[in-house]
Design a protein around this ligand. Structure first.
Ligand code: SAH
Length: 275
């Protein structure tokens, strides 16, 4: 009963927030929910030990997570780097909330990328753009360069991934797993193109709602066209998962001598709902 009351209260407290966002319908439309587990996990297994204070702490950290998440989706990579430089503790806060959200996804996209790598030659050199805690590198045999805004692990290189310290044409596989967050996301893809060898792979996993035009997301065809105009060929577009899309490309062997103007669609922020 107690949990049910908490849920009811949450809904009431949500209302003002919704109206605050009314002038930006895209924010509403791209809120991610986790319907399969959401209500059952909250209602069926109340933990006896959870105190009022624990609940308040969880609510506070959930609020912090959503605030940092929104910041990362609405600023450039450079601004995001400065944001975490000012207060690196925000990065841990973000990742605690991120892991909580991900624990409700039936499948983690990073595991799909791991499987892909395990089915290919382990000699392929990988760059993990926006690696988070560097999980990918820890779970495959490949040499992996892991990049993120903050490094809490010696294997992770802290940088804005639009400017990595890699030389050109040295990478076989560039991975973006839920990391095309900045408003200048196209610069991250340009950087991936620079560091990839000819015929190298570009593997993108992104939140599905960001590519659903029916809910304010980008047109996936426009996104794919822009990536192809950058110098890639589309190899796979997989929309079968409920939570994320997989878009795989290969860098073209020969590049056009003249770069054309590329029309990049805007990618809406992915905002998480209060639980
Ligand atoms: N790929 C990981 C983490 C995804 S969360 C996974 O699948 O588990 C997205 C990550 O991208 C965050 O850690 C965030 O800090 C990082 N990120 C976002 N913009 C970035 C930028 N401009 N440069 C480097 N990392 C960035």
């Amino acid at each position: 009963m107690e949990e049910v009351r908490t849920q009811t209260k949450k809904r009431k407290r949500n209302k003002p927030r919704k109206s605050q966002n009314n002038n930006n319908p895209s924010h509403q439309k791209n809120k991610v929910t986790h319907e399969p587990n959401q209500s059952s996990s909250a209602l069926a297994h109340p933990t006896k030990s959870s105190t009022f204070l624990d609940k308040m702490r969880a609510r506070l950290s959930g609020g912090h997570f959503r605030m940092i998440n929104e910041k990362l989706y609405t600023c450039s990579g450079k601004e995001a780097l400065d944001y975490f430089k000012d207060d690196p503790a925000l990065f841990d806060m973000y990742h605690t909330g991120y892991q909580e959200q991900m624990s409700h996804w039936p499948e983690q996209p990073v595991n799909i990328i791991m499987k892909w790598l395990k089915n290919h030659n382990p000699s392929l050199v990988v760059a993990d753009f926006g690696c988070g805690d560097g999980r990918l590198a820890k779970n495959v045999k490949n040499k992996v360069f892991s990049f993120d805004l903050v490094s809490n692990d010696p294997s992770v290189i802290a940088c804005d991934m639009s400017k990595t310290p890699l030389d050109s044409s040295v990478i076989d596989v560039a991975v973006f797993c839920l990391s095309l967050m900045g408003t200048n996301y196209q610069n991250y893809l340009k950087e991936a193109h620079r560091v990839l060898k000819p015929c190298g792979w570009l593997l993108i996993a992104e939140v599905k709602s960001r590519f659903d035009p029916n809910t304010g997301g980008a047109d996936p065809k426009k996104f794919s066209k822009a990536v192809c105009d950058l110098g890639f060929s589309s190899v796979l577009q997989d929309y079968s998962n409920k939570m994320f899309v997989l878009l795989y490309f290969k860098k073209k062997d020969k590049q056009k001598s003249e770069m054309q103007e590329i029309e990049w669609p805007e990618l809406k922020p992915c905002l998480y709902k209060r639980r």
